[in-house]
Design a protein around this ligand. Sequence first.
Ligand SMILES: Nc1ccn([C@H]2C[C@H](O)[C@@H](COP(=O)(O)OP(=O)(O)OP(=O)(O)O)O2)c(=O)n1
Length: 442
Amino acid sequence: MEWSKLLNGSRLNEADYEEQPHRPSYVRDLDRIVFSAPFRRLANKTQVHPLHDHDHIHHRLIHSVETGSVGRSLGMQIGHWLEQNGQIPSGGKHTVSGVVQSACLAHDIGNPPFGHSGEAAIGSWFQERFITPSGLFTEMDKILRSEFEEFEGNAQGFRIIANTEMYRGAGGMRLTKSVLGAFSKYPVSAHVKASVDENYCGTKKFGFFMSEAPVFTSVAADLGLIEQKAKSGSWWRRHPLVFLVEAADDICYNILDIEDACTAGDLSFETVKGALAPIAGSNTFLDGKSEEEQVSYLRAKGIGTAIDACVEAFKENYQDIMSGTFTSSLIESSTKAQDFQNLKDMARRQIFKAKRKTELEVSGRNVLHRVLTGVYPIYEALGKVGWDAERLQGYNPQLVRALGLELRGVTDAYSALHSLTDYVSGMTDRYTVKIARMVSGT
Ligand SMILES: Nc1ccn([C@H]2C[C@H](O)[C@@H](COP(=O)(O)OP(=O)(O)OP(=O)(O)O)O2)c(=O)n1
């Protein structure tokens, strides 16, 4: 892969775009993401702890902002190194860091309410409907079922930024192709993924739906991503900057989940201190400070050393990253790999299974199922009147208005089920609870 193509600054759906001298493209990308409605809604979406009343606990918005900061630092260091080695033009480090920061800000934009358990809840509702299909479920092509049965926040995110979020009326957010590439952690569609017979980091999940496949294919060609063929179609090797976005996310959530667990009371101060100290590599500042100050100091030092370790890992694996054969994460191939593995094990054992979180995840699943069950009949009725929303009758038009449901572009069973998923996955945690009460009358 070549940087001249990978940093492609042309915009999706905006052929007439001209960069202004005082406003680089990556600044505009950042602004479009920050001022979008799906980004704003991340403020009330679960990171780990649903509906927590302690305001210092992370939600997806603050996690995305922090990931953006770490991504910018990683991008600046790698951009500087690429400049020094003559790989990109002088000043290109600002573009690299800006592209990584924008992709980081958007990386969770497709996440549904209630975090990972929300993803599982949406998927399980669809799985239940496909067991003995009726209505729209009978009309769905079998190979596309997995787009719904394994609801995937990454693919939903690509759909939002490249298609459904309306900037100037149509065509997604119209971001630069470099940002779309850096965003795409899983450059494969759901049905092609099933026939990939290689163990590659970019095909562990899927990153776009069939509805966005033509857009992804053309963006990948413009970026010069490496195309691979599987039995049922093409997939691609990751854009090199994906590894920096992934590292920023890994650094942030692994460290901050531990800090949040201390705030929430799931882990003791001594446990958290013991887990963060090896990553921070220092405890000289700790004497006489409050517990909060000590944890935030260790967190800050830990983020700094992890950034440096990931920068080194990127440089050491540069040839493999550029040829598309690197299939690990930067954290896993860095000197901090074992320390981060310890954080992950601790989170899995002591945070993800905590009583409060588990109970709220059970409620979250039921609440999401109630919303899906309450909203779906609108789409079935729409199919019966030839997909013409003006012809909906009885209670349905009233429900559409109450929900603020957008039915433009719904023309068949596939687009109907995606529209339902757009609506449900776009809701915030609080709004889901409110809508569940409204549609089920409880
Ligand atoms: N049972 C679980 C599993 C994970 N998490 C939280 C921990 C992290 O804060 C966050 C990690 O999820 P991401 O979506 O950020 O990232 P992944 O790397 O897990 O997935 P992906 O590859 O889809 O980005 O979810 C959780 O609360 N409960």
